[in-house]
Design a protein around this ligand. Structure first.
Ligand code: SAJ
Length: 420
């Protein structure tokens, strides 16, 4: 079935690139978002998020008339829901965005439409979405009650793109397609084949939900292993970086890299969706989360120890005379995204505990986030050399490589990334 009009609900880090790529394949795309400012920016052919090359594609799609944004859903042949699924205070998934997105599209659904849930979701969320839709539209039939004969087709097709490489990965990655029935999957494949060059692999909705959570939990558990090793090695006076390099020479060992903690919007969140459904079984997954979440405090304790050692070596000094320079604020290297960044939370806590100056070097931003502004000084690499007593490397941005040669002998170095 050809899809002439496609609607994407949620124009964030996943929805907007997806909408733009459909539009670049000359589909009529209606982007829907509750944020009027984002809608206005997109309709001007600009973007409100940071992702390489996305501005160009959105600009072209809007000027050529293939992409239009609005706050109110309109009829379409396929709807893709790409809204956030955060967790609440107790690590329970919050499906309220999916609920309001499905309730908002329900009135414009018509027989033959396809609805795809792309948001990362706990197992069962697609069935829940189908129930919300069916409840709002008793005049239409849905797969949970009418199987292959339903008026509406429903599938879960999680996104798996890496921030910073979204446009390439959207097209090239394989796609897991979890239809509520085989016909739902078939319909979803026809939609994704508009731009996906990777393979589209069919499963059911629950397995597709679990697959996405498993991918990110796999990475989280592996990073937790590396982080745990770093804390063990610190106690045993062994370089964890050398250790991992050596162990990885084994043909079947591939350990990831320790760091100051795990940030971003996915890996630190998704494993909790597994834990919340099966708390008794998901013991390793929960512990990995706890290990990774404990790493920022471990780094802060290292800084405090360095301060104490410096004061012991210079009894005439006070802590307020010591300057700490923090290298990197982003949640991972070579991006400007500071949200959910362990580096930011470490620096924030240092501002509360350290009475002296705190400098930050973050080559990917021009202005400090509000949470840090006025509390620390944003500096360039050149301005920082020689000015600091403690150098704390938090993100392995490319600009920081080789900087170790400029660090004065007397300074204390805490390198959470192992590049110095
Ligand atoms: N990190 C380490 N050590 C490592 C690798 C990463 O400490 O060896 C840290 C990073 O510094 C960062 C965090 O982990 O703080 C997450 O970074 P990331 O590059 O591993 O992942 P994200 O969050 O940018 O994107 C992930 C990807 N998932 C996987 O690689 C399994 C991406 O493909 C998903 O689409 C994305 O989550 C998502 O949206 O779920």
């Amino acid at each position: 079935m050809p899809f002439s009009t496609i609607s994407v609900i949620g124009l964030g880090y996943i929805g907007l690139p997806t909408a733009a790529v459909f539009a670049s394949r000359k589909k009529q795309v209606i982007g829907v978002d509750v944020n009027q400012t984002a809608v206005d920016i997109i309709n001007r052919g600009q973007i409100h998020i940071v992702e390489p090359d996305l501005d160009m594609i959105v600009h072209a799609a809007v000027t050529e008339g293939y992409l239009r944004a609005t706050t109110k859903p309109e009829p379409a042949d396929a709807f893709l829901i790409a809204v956030p699924t955060p967790f609440k205070g107790d690590h329970e998934p919050d499906l309220s965005y999916i609920e309001s997105a499905s309730k908002s599209i329900a009135p414009v659904l018509k027989k033959g439409d396809l609805v795809i849930l792309e948001s990362t979701s706990p197992v069962g969320a697609t069935e829940q979405m189908a129930a919300w839709l069916a409840n709002a539209r008793p005049d239409l039939t849905f797969p949970q009650t009418h199987g292959e004969n339903s008026d509406i087709r429903i599938a879960h097709c999680p996104e798996r793109v890496l921030p910073g490489h979204v446009l390439r990965e959207l097209v090239q990655n394989d796609r897991v397609i979890g239809g509520m029935t085989p016909k739902c999957s078939e319909s979803a494949i026809n939609l994704y084949k508009v731009f996906v060059q990777g393979e589209c692999i069919v499963t059911n909705a629950r397995t597709a939900e679990m697959c996405k959570l498993t991918e990110n939990s796999f990475r989280d558990v592996n990073i937790a292993f590396a982080n745990e090793l770093s804390m063990i090695c610190d106690k045993l006076d062994i370089s964890v970086w050398e250790l991992i390099r050596l162990a990885n020479r084994h043909p079947r060992v591939n350990i990831l890299q320790p760091g100051p903690g795990v940030g971003g919007h996915c890996i630190a969140v998704d494993p909790w969706f597994i834990v919340s459904k099966t708390p008794e079984q998901a013991r390793l997954i929960r512990t990995a989360r706890e290990v990774n979440d404990s790493k920022p405090q471990w780094v802060i304790d290292k800084v405090k120890l360095a301060v104490a050692e410096l004061l012991q070596a210079n009894p005439h000094k006070t802590a307020s005379e010591l300057t700490i320079a923090c290298f990197g604020l982003a949640f991972k290297p070579d991006i400007d995204d500071l949200r959910e960044s362990p580096a930011v939370s470490i620096v924030q806590q240092l501002t509360q505990e350290h009475p002296g100056r705190i400098l930050a070097v973050e080559p990917n931003i021009v202005e400090l986030p509000v949470t840090l502004s006025g509390k620390i000084e944003l500096k360039t690499l050149e301005q920082t050399a020689g000015e600091s007593d403690i150098l704390l490397l938090l993100v392995d941005h490319k600009e920081f490589r080789g900087y170790e040669s400029k660090i004065p002998e007397k300074s204390k170095v805490i390198d959470t990334r192992g590049i110095w």
